[in-house]
Design a protein around this ligand. Structure first.
Ligand code: C2O
Ligand code: CU
Length: 464
């Protein structure tokens, strides 16, 4: 039970001794739990390598898992012990705008030595994550992220529930230190900053031991700067239960490879079917080769038979996207990058040639404008539905993320795709999404390939 500050004070004076102690020392006293962004070092690369210097929440990479019940409250005092200003964005949460953590749009950057209190409710169950949102291309690559798990009131029956955060790091192959060239023009103008070392939950030796016929819930999060993970299952049979936190109406059997772009999540329920003595794997496909991303060693049998297929997760509240036919029409052209067609665009209010953009280390434009604008890309009234056609007129894939609201793809036949907050688009594609502007405030809309976001692919939507 949550004790109020008043109750603590009364208990203190009743005891006659505790009155002099600092109130912050008591759990539930009203002072939020701290989460400190700190420099530290972790054994990221295999044991024969030195430790890697990182920036992490509470010095950990990934940061501590935050678990909270649906419709509960997340309260953290973010303390910045870094040499750089920072902030925390709670990716995918239908959050109060003031808590969204976007520096320069929803809050001031938290300077070194300062703190900021995040306090918000979580209306939706599912797998979310949090990460730095100031100089994200650097701060996320240095390790400032973690999982936010919002538990259903009635959770599905599984033997265990595991968060698997997938990431790649660009490491010096001798020293195992993170490459500090975060603004490399080649990364920005091509596929983004891609690492040379790939791991799960920040460990080279991630592994689990399981029993045959155990059922696991795997919460996959792609925290990479730019890598699109192509994944498959081996020795286990699984169902996709939700994307980007939002439950599917019908679980989808995983019977082929699937993609997870930066920023995206998928919740899987998997049954271990490998025999005792064998190893089941979450497999990553790299250059058409299957590599173990996460091994699950089978060391016995849980039961003789398997469970029936899982029932869908309970839906989250008020997720209907109505009024698609009469919706406000918006269009976004993505342009630029290497091998693109962009000749000229507006940067900070001035028309520039592509050559001038390159000199400014800027490469991408939305509707002819590079980076953030003074006025929003779209101005909407609360409750209004928008359909947004997006044309990827570039040679690269992009993972577009809308803050604060989920959307669905509208397919050519008029049917709707699953709810998502991050949407992967390949070069040359035109696709359409729809969302309801139910959440007032200023919401960023950007590519989650963070080098792209830092070099032009960023805009915003205002809901009033
Ligand atoms: Cu996960 Cu604006 O980002
Ligand atoms: Cu991009």
């Amino acid at each position: 039970m949550k004790q109020t500050r008043r109750e603590i004070l009364q208990a203190g004076s009743a005891a006659g001794l505790l009155g002099a102690l600092p109130i912050a020392g008591f759990a539930g006293s009203g002072a939020p739990t701290e989460m400190r962004a700190q420099q530290s070092s972790v054994q990221l690369a295999p044991a024969q390598f030195p430790q890697t210097n990182i920036w992490g929440y509470d010095g950990q990479m990934p940061g501590p898992v935050i678990r909270v019940k649906q419709s509960g409250q997340v309260e953290r005092r973010f303390v910045n012990d870094l040499p750089q200003a920072s902030s925390i964005h709670w990716h995918g949460v239908r959050i109060d705008n003031a808590m969204d953590g976007v520096t320069g749009l929803t809050q001031e950057a938290v300077e070194p030595g300062e703190s900021f209190d995040y306090n918000f409710s979580v209306p939706d169950a599912g797998t979310y994550w949090f990460h730095a949102h100031n100089r994200s291309v650097e701060q996320v690559a240095r390790g400032l992220y973690g999982a936010l798990v919002v538990e259903e009131h009635v959770a599905p029956e599984v033997d265990r529930d595991e968060v698997l955060i997938l990431d790649d790091w660009l490491l010096n192959p001798e020293t195992a230190q993170i490459d500090l060239e975060f603004e490399a023009p080649h990364d920005r103008s091509h596929a983004g900053r891609r690492g040379n070392f790939i791991a799960t939950n920040g460990r080279a030796d991630y592994q689990q031991s399981v029993k045959r016929h155990e059922r696991l819930r795997l919460r996959l999060i792609n925290a990479a700067n730019a890598r699109i993970f192509e994944l498959a299952l081996s020795g286990m049979e699984g169902w996709a239960m939700s994307y980007d936190g939002m439950p599917l109406e019908f679980p989808e059997k995983v019977d082929r490879n699937f993609l997870l772009s930066p920023g995206q999540r998928v919740d899987l329920i998997v049954d271990i079917i490998a025999e005792p003595g064998e190893t089941a794997h979450l497999v990553r496909i790299d250059d058409q080769r299957g590599i173990s991303q996460a091994p699950f060693k089978v060391d016995g049998e849980a039961t003789a038979t398997r469970r029936p297929s899982p029932a869908p997760l309970p839906p989250n509240p008020n997720m209907e996207i109505g009024g698609v036919d009469t919706a406000k029409r918006l269009r976004l052209n993505m342009e630029g990058g290497a091998m693109g067609q962009l000749n000229t665009a507006i940067l900070e209010g001035e028309q520039k040639s592509f050559r001038q953009l390159v000199q400014a280390n800027q490469f991408w434009a939305f509707n002819g404008t590079v980076g953030m604008t003074e006025y929003p890309f779209a101005q909407m009234t609360r409750g209004e539905t928008a359909r947004l056609e997006i044309y990827n007129d570039t040679s690269f894939p992009h993972a577009m993320h809308l803050h604060g609201m989920h959307f669905r793809e509208i397919f050519k036949d008029g049917s709707l795709g699953p709810l998502r907050d991050t949407f992967l688009m390949f070069g040359g594609e035109t696709r359409e999404i729809a969302f309801v502007a139910h959440n007032p405030g200023k919401w960023l809309f950007h590519c989650h390939m963070l080098s792209h976001a830092a070099s032009g692919m960023m805009t915003w939507v205002e809901v009033s």
